[in-house]
Ligand binder design. Sequence first.
Ligand SMILES: Cc1cc2nc3c(=O)[nH]c(=O)nc-3n(C[C@H](O)[C@H](O)[C@H](O)COP(=O)(O)OP(=O)(O)OC[C@H]3O[C@@H](n4cnc5c(N)ncnc54)[C@H](O)[C@@H]3O)c2cc1C
Length: 376
Amino acid sequence: MILPERAAPLAPAPPKTDVLARVREVVARELRPLAARIDAEGLYPSHILSQLGAAGAFAQHHEGFGESGTVDLGLAIQAMSVIAETCLATAFCTWCQDAFGWYLQNSENAGLRARLQADAASGAVLGGTGLSNPMKALSGIEPMKLKGKRVDRGYRVDGVLPWVSNLETGHYFAFCFDAGGSAITAIGRLGFNGIENRNSAEFIALEGTATRAVGFRKAFVPDEMVLSDALPRFARRIKPGFVLLQTGMAVGLIRNCAELMRELPPRTRVVNTYLPIGPETLEESLDALEREIATLAATPFEGDEAYSIRLLQARLQGSTLALDATQALMLHAGASSYLRNSVYSRRLRESYFVAIVTPATKHLRKDMAMIGARRS
Ligand SMILES: Cc1cc2nc3c(=O)[nH]c(=O)nc-3n(C[C@H](O)[C@H](O)[C@H](O)COP(=O)(O)OP(=O)(O)OC[C@H]3O[C@@H](n4cnc5c(N)ncnc54)[C@H](O)[C@@H]3O)c2cc1C
């Protein structure tokens, strides 16, 4: 008699950890020990970004690549906030990667999506976004910095973008140029086809973000790399996600300020109760803000003006609260916050970035005023 082969014992099911737990694990193991060096030495944490990508941090707002398989901006924002609790430079690189992926998710160019979207979602390819300039151009703040001319099977583009982050040679990034009559959004690759690395400035924080000036010298942009040939239409589609994703930076930073206040020595905490902003007040405001962000993130394609006002307000509240939180943290920590390289002063320096990155505070206020004027 031939005995049936014994079935191999079933392998134990892998522990079911969700994306936030996985991101938290990478942050604790890899990012926390390096956060001070990323700030002080401008170390660009590309190996950590790859691990965050593998954990799913960049995939949640991509259809077909995240936990739920659907576009879940809320989860992408939460993942970014976990990173921002520890390091804003890495959280901003996460935003750059997320925005780069968001443009692919919303592109009309199916071939480009097929070529790059999966790798953008997994972090196998790292990318950035140079769309501050067109966002400001759409709001009437500054002219388009890149000019393009139609040539056979593409465009020739000239000009300089003063800052594009998460960008090393070989990385991809989005940019937009004026082609006389229409504004074209496309993806290029640093170091290829006439797209050159130029010297960038030194910053008071966010040095570890691989931020570069990018020169276009008769750069050839083939039609296959065009995301959209109509900026206003494309911007309407991407703007809610572009703006909302940035709130992940503010949320994580504010949450960490409350935590750091609570970790101060008990004797300091007693007298700190006399300060106007403490951890409880911060968390109360943060809860309300996170609820509003989650509501807005559930309908990121809603285009009416009431939605736009709420979107801009949520982004503004995030940066205002981040500034308030880090200033309050300095007062709570006292002299220890004034030591060179203290975590408290790093958080303060970082918070100004949330308020000046496009759309900066003045830009948000201008957009809100323009919508207000149209509605009155
Ligand atoms: C660390 C850092 C990283 C950034 N990363 C990105 C990115 O990845 N993608 C992106 O599109 N934008 C990036 N920016 C730009 C950012 O989003 C804002 O556009 C910028 O901070 C200026 O915004 P503003 O509206 O306050 O303009 P303002 O500061 O009022 O400036 C007005 C104009 O002058 C230019 N300008 C001001 N100072 C300089 C300078 N020293 N050299 C050259 N031009 C200058 C500005 O770019 C702008 O066009 C980055 C900025 C910083 C500081």
